[in-house]
Design a protein around this ligand. Structure first.
Ligand SMILES: [Mn+2]
Length: 195
């Protein structure tokens, strides 16, 4: 089983993340930020991997440190669980419609972190979640996991729909990319190594 877990403590947050890429039964998210819990649960469910996240952050300030630090630790845990990346598809892509909104994500588990992010949100807050943190989360996640991540809202109106479409699309793209494919010999790169 491809599993990993990590605990990270700073003066701003205490984060515990565990994932299991080969068993999706256990998904439990508790960050203290309701909308963010909703998004992480969608990410795991559509990614078809097990994920537990516990975060105790400085929410009396705002949700910034908590959301960013969960992105950091989640990226690190995913990278560790993927191990030598042998036989994984490596690439994943997904369009996700959400009523009037259409989201798109294309990613490569490349070892070359990059974020291309193209989305704007009219609503600055959803509950206690600041919508500008969506980009911060994806940035932290892509850079710590070593994933080349392109995320875009093609069109839409409702902020909740737009963000939800991006998280679902990321989950679905990850589900494809992390999947072991018996047709692939070794690492899916002519280089023979993905770091
Ligand atoms: Mn929703």
């Amino acid at each position: 089983m491809r599993t990993a877990s990590k605990t990270r403590k700073t003066n701003e947050t205490f984060i515990e993340v565990a994932c299991n890429l080969d068993d999706n039964k256990n998904v439990a998210i508790e960050t203290g930020v309701g909308f963010f819990d909703h998004m992480l649960e969608l990410l795991a469910r559509h990614g078809r991997f097990g994920l537990t996240v516990k975060a105790d952050g400085d929410l009396h300030i705002d949700s910034h440190h908590t959301v960013e630090d969960v992105g950091i630790v989640l990226g690190q845990v995913l990278k560790e669980a993927l191990g030598d990346k042998k036989q994984i598809n490596r690439y994943g892509h997904a369009y996700v419609p959400m009523d009037e909104t259409l989201g798109f994500v294309s990613l490569d588990i490349s070892g070359r972190p990059f974020l291309a992010f193209d989305a704007t949100f009219d609503n600055q807050k959803l509950g206690s979640f600041d919508t500008e943190l969506v980009r911060e989360f994806f940035q932290a996640f892509a850079f710590q996991s070593g994933i080349t991540l392109h995320a875009r809202v093609l069109y839409g109106i409702n902020t909740h729909h737009k963000i939800e479409a991006l998280f679902k699309a990321t989950g679905r793209a990850l589900s494809e990319a992390i999947r072991v494919n018996p047709d692939i010999e070794g690492v899916n790169s002519t280089k023979g190594l993905i770091e």
